[in-house]
Design a protein around this ligand. Sequence first.
Ligand code: LAN
Length: 644
Amino acid sequence: MSSRARDVLARTQEADGSWKGDYGGPLFLSPVYVAGLYVMGRIPDARTRDGMLVHLRGHQNEDGGWGLDVESPSLVFTTVLNYVALRLMGVGADDPGLVRAREWFLPRGGPLGSGSWGKFVLALLGLYEYDGLDPAPPELWLLPRALPFHPSRLWCHCRMVYLPMGWLFGRRARAVETPLLAELRRELYPQPYADVDWKRARSRVAASDAYTPRSAWLRAVNRVLGFYERIHSKRLRARALDESLALIRAEDEATHYICIGPINKVLNTVVWHLARPDGPEVRAHLERLPDYLQHSPDGIKVNGYNSSQLWDTAFAVQALVASGQAEEARDTLARAGRFLEAEQVLEDPPHAARFYRHPSRGGWPFSTRAHGWPISDCTAEALKACLLLEPLGLNHVPRERLAQAVEFILSLRNRDGGWATYERQRGPRWLERLNPSDVFAGIMVDTSYVECTSACVQALVAWRRARPEASVGEAIARGVDFLRRTQRPDGSWEGSWGVCFSYGTWFAVSGLAAAGTRTQDPALRRAAAFLKAQQREDGSWSETVRSCRERRWVDGPTGHAVTTSWALLSLVATGDADSEATRRGVAWLRARQGADGRWPQEPLAGVFNRTCAIHYDAYLRIFPLWALSLAGAPERRGLPRSAI
Ligand code: LAN
């Protein structure tokens, strides 16, 4: 059983030792890519265009709209943007799919009902007026750094999207007019374009797009910024644009023009197209655009990141070692070990403090070293993997670089004892009330997460085991304390980057168990009871992204192998490996495996910002193997041995 799963994993490894797969799911990335190219007077090459058409058409919902991701109900934001993308790629307005899309979005106000990012992209294309946007003035960057709402305090993903947005807003950037754009202005709105009340349009948003309501605070800030926009000084604006451009350049150079994510990648490219047409920056950006393109059976899409390689590889190593078949998998593990070595970040970003970057030496990113943004938990999982490879003689990362990874993790500790994603928490929690995105939650502040905290705790414990002289005890204890404090009354933990309570609980209990929490501990008892209560009749567990949106466990119609694996791994960690629940879960997981050693595709297991699902291609090959290895074979269970 698990040997077939191990073979599948081994067979799907890349030549460089990593696992690299589809990281799609969101449906706002491809249209932003197409729109960005159009602003630069370009369209995707014929092959990319055809692949994108297949992908977008394939994911149009029954009702004619497009969701935030491939499984979500329709939003105006993604419906209008995908409609526009299809039109920009040559599809006619009378196309039946597009007719259905219009029937869906026109009664909802067209662009007027869209979440704010959609309006912004349309403004860039000249399909919406800047007067209809809440202001995003670049001058915010010139405020004193000490202010709690200085943009440098935003979560880096949010900050890096609003950085080029501010520049483009400050310049009122707009695509060169074409006949197609004029046609689109007629197609998109329920009323003639000239009749739109732009000021009123600012605060309008359709119910489908209003996940995070605009708070009274945000409305007040928008009024102040709106007033400023009317009276702003030209000289100050010029300075703010220069400062923004310097920050954009720093981001480009620190990431080798990959950029932190697909949205700022496209926006930064557009910025340079306008700031220095045909300049070296535009060329460097265009060369790196294909890094985001994913060719899959469902067409060509823009991935959510330049890849998830490092993350998947670190987990694959752990699953293979857990399988107890490390010798059989030796070549695979050796290649993976070399990949981990090759992708550790060895330098800090140039002038880190000037550009608001946390030092990055020693960290590991989610994807590749070139991407240049290491993350707390990616570093932790990679470090754990290296330490597992060490006794096998397959770790290639020198001692001092492992120590730098530990330093990096320690440097990211938050005051509450937990760990956030890329940086220490910089902004106050109340900044979240100024979230202007409508469609996402939790984008403003990088706060401590159960997943990141648990991964860091586990890595520090593994480090202490390998190097008993290390002084990491306090960091571990405070991390454990954070995990305990964030347990919910029902015994679960809410995950933020995977779906959802099964994911969060797996991390939390693994962290607690690694740190030596006894299986009788009430926190672990309550967690086990929670999971047992969620088990389905057939022995499986199932959770959907609605869990994240609604913040309560929501089952899908069938069991999921990945959810079941997380639940089983949790039960091993809580000391319930020999329970009836575990036996039934293992039996279900085994029965579900196909003759080819794989598990059938199932709904997306990844998520971000509480609303958007994302596909982790390797999870179905990693987690069932891992779970069967630990829960299905009592003699090989790593954690907590006392319970076996
Ligand atoms: C990711 C991918 C990796 C992920 C983990 C490392 C798995 C997680 O444990 C911490 C958070 C992190 C780094 C993460 C955060 C949000 C990201 C960057 C993404 C889910 C990939 C895409 C998403 C990004 C925000 C998408 C672009 C959209 C915006 C709202 C800016």
